[in-house]
Ligand binder design. Structure first.
Ligand SMILES: C[S@@+](CC[C@H](N)C(=O)[O-])C[C@H]1O[C@@H](n2cnc3c(N)ncnc32)[C@H](O)[C@@H]1O
Length: 386
């Protein structure tokens, strides 16, 4: 059994796990349990993951600490040489000094053995993803991170199998040659989530993943890294050039295949070349706003986006086989009270020829990606061709 520590928007993270592994369940508000071994290189919504070692009824830190010390003092005494240990505590009140104390007790217990312990200092109850990643915790037998996660009534202790590779993610995000502030900056993590929600558990290689609003190609890049064949189209010639240059850069830097297909096309009228195995896109999102738009402006922008995305769905429906999965990031506008204005086409999916993919862990309304100060949220619409 594995536990995954979910990112800033846990509902999106757990939906991604359920999509890719066919099964996941909530453990606490920021974590999920799953049977499969999560592959953190290819998941955008999980920050860390660990193999569950034991669980116990919920209690205070002292009880957890005693159990950890009893279990690991014996276990690590057999080890020859240096061990690095990080402790990360989630969803429970534990003082940083008490967490560190657990590490110090272990350190002193190991003094008489052939093992020596280096403790990673906590500035928060949980080590940041960056700290875990840079210390390579979970990636070697002697680099250990214990994930201690509390639910309402239980506590799980797990041994980390790694953290999100933020170095590689940042390299893809910041070093790709072509970026465009006007079409927006899709974070590679969110692109991974969109591809995973689209492709789901049929992660066989050689699938063609179409992004009909490909822009600078972030989704195409993540598809290539997952071993799929990227197929990108966009209304703007310039964007097709940008996507090509970025994919060429990726092939050099990350050794991905050079087998891709790019074409200029209006998504409302395009005729795509089969096969299309899945569709993953961040669609046209309308203009950015720094404050909620007036009702008149909102009606105009929402109508325009609805027309473009609705016409695209109508256009592609007869071109894809029944059962073809799609994940589209579409716009939803947030007002000052945290309410969202959605696209009207959401009420029309059956008429357009699609049905929603059902999740056991989340409701569709929870799949909204935004930062606190953003007016235009990306709503992740996960559907299949009926
Ligand atoms: C939000 S951006 C997508 C950005 C992209 N995810 C990236 O990685 O850069 C939307 C894209 O949709 C394109 N677009 C707008 N209307 C379109 C249409 N009718 N058909 C195809 N593409 C369109 C724009 O040129 C823009 O590149």
């Amino acid at each position: 059994m594995y536990i995954a520590i979910l990112g800033r928007q846990p509902a999106i993270g757990i939906a991604e796990l359920e999509a890719v592994y066919g099964q996941a369940s909530w453990f606490s508000s920021h974590s999920a349990l799953l049977e499969a071994t999560p592959d953190l290189e290819h998941l955008g919504g999980a920050l860390k993951a660990g193999r569950v070692v034991f669980d116990m009824p919920r209690g205070d830190w002292r009880k957890v600490s005693m159990k950890i010390v009893n279990h690991y003092a014996k276990h690590w005494a057999q080890h020859e040489g240096k061990l690095t240990l990080g402790l990360s505590v989630y969803d429970m009140n534990a003082d940083i000094r008490d967490i560190q104390k657990t590490g110090l007790i272990l350190k002193s217990k190991l003094k008489a053995s052939s093992a020596s312990l280096r403790l990673i200092p906590n500035t928060e109850p949980a080590l940041s993803t960056a700290t875990s990643h840079h210390n390579k915790l979970g990636l070697a037998d002697n680099k250990i991170e214990l994930l201690v996660v509390a639910s309402k009534d239980r506590i799980i202790v797990a041994e980390s199998i790694g953290a999100q590779n933020i170095t590689k993610l940042a390299r893809r995000d910041q070093n790709r040659p072509k970026r465009d502030a006007f079409v927006g900056m899709l974070p590679p993590k969110l692109a991974q989530i969109i591809v995973n929600l689209a492709v789901g558990d049929t992660q066989s290689q050689n699938l063609t993943v179409l992004d009909p609003f490909c822009g600078t190609g972030v989704i195409l890049q993540e598809s290539a890294l997952m071993g799929f064949k990227p197929y990108g189209t966009d209304l703007a010639d310039k964007m097709i050039d940008f996507s090509r240059i970025n994919l060429e850069w990726l092939a050099e830097e990350f050794h991905t295949s050079k087998n891709w297909h790019l074409d200029q096309a209006d998504a409302m009228a395009a005729k795509w070349q089969p096969p299309i195995d899945a569709v993953a896109a961040e669609t046209y999102l309308g203009q950015p706003f720094s404050a909620p738009p007036s009702p008149g402006k909102l009606t105009e922008v929402r109508g325009n986006c609805n027309h473009i995305i609705g016409s695209f769905l109508e256009n592609i429906a007869p071109q894809i086989a029944s059962g073809t999965p799609l994940c589209l990031a579409i716009p939803a506008w947030r007002d000052n009270y945290g309410n969202f204005a959605h696209l009207p086409l959401l009420n029309n999916l059956a008429k357009l020829g699609y049905k929603r993919r059902e999740f056991t862990t989340v409701n569709p309304e929870q799949l909204l990606y935004y930062r606190e100060n953003q007016i235009v949220a990306r709503e992740l619409l996960v559907i299949v061709k009926a």
